[in-house]
Design a protein around this ligand. Structure first.
Ligand SMILES: Nc1ncnc2c1ncn2[C@@H]1O[C@H](COP(=O)(O)OP(=O)(O)O)[C@@H](O)[C@H]1O
Ligand SMILES: O=C(O)c1ccc[n+]([C@@H]2O[C@H](COP(=O)([O-])O)[C@@H](O)[C@H]2O)c1
Length: 201
């Protein structure tokens, strides 16, 4: 049985969740692990020198728990799928597609954690410019609402810092322009994933 882990990373509001939902609905035997589900409780988030709770750093996320969840999928993808409500099917053997199991990791800091980055066979990275990001973020409702000034004082500077660290680490990513239409982004990524699967031993 082949199994493949796909990363959907990138900037906040870059379109990661939107893309992931469409991939989940289109790819066979496909599960997802969202990094946002592993945020620590607010009382465990430090306040930084910038005066803001430090949500946009890797230590705000329980990465050990996230990696453990991914490990559970690796050990038994079909069991993981069934327990997450995904119907497991066999694909057409004529096309060499039988028994593929796919896991999508979705999150804004996937590739700044080496163990997680190393688990991904393909890493997509969505980007959008500052103005568009600020605009989209202003319309979002998070479990903890953004205090005034958070975007410019913490979110965007941390994005730039982590992006720079990711690039310096040498991890290879497929950059996706998040300004493209939702359809174009989906088609580009979907095609890329199938190419990867069909060339995957
Ligand atoms: N390609 C796109 N073009 C325009 N708006 C988009 C696109 N992709 C996502 N959005 C919108 O941007 C906002 C954030 O999208 P979302 O997928 O939740 O981002 P993320 O998961 O990266 O934070 C949502 O309002 C969504 O509808
Ligand atoms: O989901 C939460 O509990 C949560 C609590 C506080 C903040 N967030 C924000 O979630 C953002 C990452 O999620 P996303 O979907 O925008 O990529 C990050 O920029 C955080 O500032 C998210």
């Amino acid at each position: 049985m082949r199994r493949i882990i796909i990363g959907v990373g990138g900037v906040t509001n870059g379109g990661k969740t939107t893309l992931t939902k469409r991939l989940l609905a289109s790819l066979p035997n496909c599960c997802v692990v969202h990094q946002d589900d592993f945020f620590k409780l607010p009382e465990h988030i430090e306040v930084g020198e910038d005066g803001f709770k430090q949500w946009d750093v890797i230590t705000s996320i329980d990465m050990e728990a996230m990696v453990n969840t991914v490990t559970a999928w690796i050990e038994n993808p079909a069991k993981f799928a069934r327990s997450h409500g995904v119907t497991v099917c066999r694909l057409n053997e004529e096309h060499g597609e039988n028994d593929i199991q796919i896991l999508i990791l979705e999150g804004f800091l996937l590739y700044n954690h080496k163990p997680l980055a190393d688990m991904c066979a393909q890493r997509f990275y969505l980007t959008i410019p500052y103005e568009e990001c600020k605009h989209r973020r202003s319309g979002r409702d998070y479990p903890i609402p953004d205090p005034p000034g958070l975007f410019d004082g913490h979110v965007w500077p941390m994005y730039l810092k982590h992006r720079c660290e990711m690039e310096e680490s040498g991890v290879s990513v497929v950059s996706i322009d998040g300004l493209l239409s939702k359809d174009d982004i989906f088609n580009q990524v979907y095609t890329n994933i199938w190419n990867k699967i069909l060339n995957f031993s």
